[in-house]
Design a protein around this ligand. Structure first.
Ligand code: NCD
Length: 320
């Protein structure tokens, strides 16, 4: 059975460490122009049912460094627009002999369903409000590079926690690695099940980010809001925006992070996004290397479908 990467929640700390070590090694090799293992022969289906810039491009870059071919799938242009179910779509892709899938979907759990029917490695590139494992790995690698450790750090995740799969994957990862996680934001942007998440809730920005080593800002996900959740954008920014004044409440050398896309002027302003404290561009770059690690990890020991087919034929004949 092949591996999947569907979330962080069920990974062991050793598996997280292993993935981060692989990513670090890939980064070193790529930057020095040294060879990386080739996954040549595998074809990776790229199923993005939701918009994406950095996740999609970095998976493409990761695949190309690993010599994987990608097959693109545009949900709007596919037979799903004619009513085909996700299950039938995934089964179709399986019999089209794709070897692995990278999948983003607006429904939490869609990649898990895909993994059940696909029969090969599936990597979750963000599902609904559930998980975004490779983003959490990119963020962890970035923090490790800047701070040397995750253990004992105070990480404040600020903003629209309720709609954020990034917040959830980060909270699982960071808490498993020994960091203290805080969720900071108005009550209406906190999940109703915060008790089940590994972090403490703060509704006041000053106390929530006090002495934080990392301030992770989240985008207000207006497309997932039913309206009326926040008074107004202006009021939200006044209370929760990270800028040159509010960032002073955190540690002097804190990292300012954001998974992107940024709503500049809302959850953070230019003085925070472009300051020396900002690690936002490092997060983007590290996305490539953690996605290389994720792909290499899920493809470990997997034989490309077309080769399996070819190899199976003579054996079948021999049996008869
Ligand atoms: C996030 C996502 O899609 O979950 N972006 C990302 O992948 N880097 C966050 C967001 O959309 O706000």
């Amino acid at each position: 059975m092949s591996r999947n990467l569907l979330g962080i929640r069920h990974l062991e700390p050793e598996q997280i460490e292993h993935l981060l070590a692989m990513a670090k090694d890939f980064k070193k090799r790529v930057n020095l122009g040294k060879p990386v293992p080739s996954l040549g022969g595998h074809v990776l289906g790229m199923l993005f049912f939701e918009n994406s810039t950095r996740t999609r491009v970095s998976f493409e870059q990761a695949a190309s460094y690993l010599n994987l071919r990608t097959a693109n799938f545009a949900a709007q242009a596919s037979s799903m627009a004619k009513g085909e179910t996700l299950k039938d779509t995934v089964l179709t892709l399986r019999f089209e002999r794709l070897d692995g899938l990278v999948m983003r979907h607006k429904e939490s759990g869609a990649p898990t369903l895909a993994a059940r029917y696909f029969g090969g490695p599936v990597v979750n590139a963000g599902d609904g409000q559930h998980e975004h494992p490779t983003q959490a790995l990119a963020d962890a690698l970035t923090i490790l590079e800047r701070k040397g450790t995750l253990e004992g750090l105070v990480v404040a995740i600020v903003g629209d926690v309720d709609h954020s799969r990034v917040a959830r994957s980060n909270a699982w990862l960071l808490s498993k690695m020994g960091a203290e996680v805080r969720f900071v934001g108005p009550k209406t942007l906190m999940p109703s099940h915060t008790g089940m998440l590994p972090g403490q809730v703060f509704h006041d920005l000053a106390s929530g980010i006090a002495d934080a080593d990392v301030v992770m800002c989240l985008r207000l996900q207006k497309e997932r809001m039913d309206g009326g959740i926040i008074g107004s954008i202006a009021e939200y920014s006044k209370l929760y925006q990270i800028n040159k004044d509010t960032v002073k409440w955190a540690k002097r050398d804190c990292l300012v992070m954001h998974p992107g896309p940024l709503n500049r002027g809302i959850e953070l302003d230019d003085t925070a996004a472009d300051s020396e404290l900002s690690a936002i561009s490092a997060q983007v770059e590290n996305g490539i290397f953690v996605r290389m690690a994720a792909l290499a990890w899920v493809f470990e020991g997997v034989t490309p479908a077309r080769r399996v087919e070819q190899a199976a034929k003579p054996k079948d004949k021999a049996k008869k």
